[in-house]
Design a protein around this ligand. Structure first.
Ligand code: CP
Ligand code: NVA
Length: 347
């Protein structure tokens, strides 16, 4: 029997906090909302809903995706840079949370400490979504696996290899997301950058029930054999800028280039895609790489037809919208993807 999914009033701190069924439901709903938008249908599922976007760190995709997602369904998002509000400075996070909770219907937070997003959830009384902390990036991974499913028509049994900084926010969330979706996850990283053991244990428990595996390996050439998805992220995450030289040294051997793509054995068979959460250092065309050139991925891979990075970026809108609609949509159980399907049919 199919379980009825009801995520009304539910935010998202970490992927561990939602069930495997809820994870897939959000991707299903995002698919439907994407179809609806492509069909040119103006939505009203977030009518009169106000969402605060509280950001301590920079963002292009997450911030814009949330703004567009809210507007597409008749809602409104307000960007609040932590430099311009009293968060944690002149006012405690708990007090700011209580104020925002009286004015807004939900809060999307991006910042440093996971503790801050938890406090916002605890004190605001409204759904809070984690739009990236030092530890995790759950909304990103919904878009990643949506993109994988679009490319292959399925998730279960595929093999995704993440190469690079194995202990960053994206790697941590990707490990859990793959486990929930039944995707074999390989984290290819130097021993110094392996994920925390408790996180690996948690993901392995989820993977076991979904018949997939979690591996942490150090040799990129053997790791990628048979991969369907090669994924990388920046070598130095926001807030870790002082580690730039050290990371370059450690991670050079983990660069995703055409040789790595060839080693998958799936390039000629068209059974491989490349993903990156972005922003990416794939060329000399940024201030940081103007002298040194490509870092985590070479330009030929980034620009190749098998690179789905811009589909992935677009899918940030549809998946964040799914989270907003599931939590704040009209009423309990009304947010079934079938209402979206009907709207598309009517058009
Ligand atoms: N991928 C991602 O989260 O991008 P932004 O930092 O631009 O939001
Ligand atoms: N790991 C990166 C992800 C950016 C979307 C960072 O935290 O900077």
């Amino acid at each position: 029997m199919k379980t009825r999914i009801d995520m009304h009033g539910k935010g998202l701190m970490k992927l561990y906090d939602i069930t495997d069924e809820e994870f897939i439901y959000l991707i299903d709903l995002a698919d439907e909302l994407k179809k609806k938008k492509k069909a040119g249908i103006k939505g009203n599922l977030l009518e009169r809903k106000n969402i605060a976007l509280v950001f301590e760190k920079m963002s292009t995709r997450t911030r814009c995706a949330a703004g567009v997602a809210a507007a597409d369904e008749g809602g409104r998002a307000e960007y609040l840079s932590s430099r311009e509000i009293h968060l944690g400075g002149k006012e405690s996070v708990a007090d700011t949370a209580r104020v925002l909770g009286r004015m807004f219907d939900g809060i999307l937070f991006r910042g440093y400490k996971h503790e801050t997003v938890e406090k916002l959830q605890k004190y605001s009384g409204v759904p809070v979504w984690n739009g990236l902390t030092d530890e995790s990036h759950p909304t990103q991974v919904l878009a990643d696996l949506m993109t994988v499913r679009e490319a292959f028509g399925r998730l279960k049994g595929l093999k995704l290899v993440y190469a690079g900084d194995g202990r960053n926010n994206v790697a941590n969330s990707l490990m859990v997301g793959c486990a929930k979706a039944g995707v074999h996850f390989v984290n290819c990283t130097p021993p110094e950058l392996s994920p925390q053991q408790d996180l690996i244990d948690g993901a392995e428990e989820i993977a076991a029930r979904n018949k997939c595996t979690i591996s942490i390996v150090h040799n990129i050439e053997t790791a990628v054999a048979g991969a369907n998805v090669i994924y990388t992220d920046v070598w130095v995450s926001m807030g870790e800028e002082s580690k730039f030289a050290e990371r370059l040294k450690l991670l050079r051997p983990y660069q995703v280039n055409m040789k790595v793509m060839q080693k998958t054995g799936n390039l000629e068979k068209n059974k491989i895609i490349f993903l990156h959460c972005l922003p990416a250092f794939h060329d000399k065309n940024t201030e940081i790489t103007s002298d040194i050139g490509a870092l985590e991925v070479t330009n030929d891979v980034f620009e190749a037809p098998f690179s789905k990075v811009f589909d992935e970026a677009e899918n940030r809108v549809h998946t964040i919208k799914a989270l907003f609609v599931a939590a704040l949509g009209p009423a309990k159980n009304v947010v079934k993807s079938s209402i979206v399907r009907k709207a598309v049919k009517r058009k």
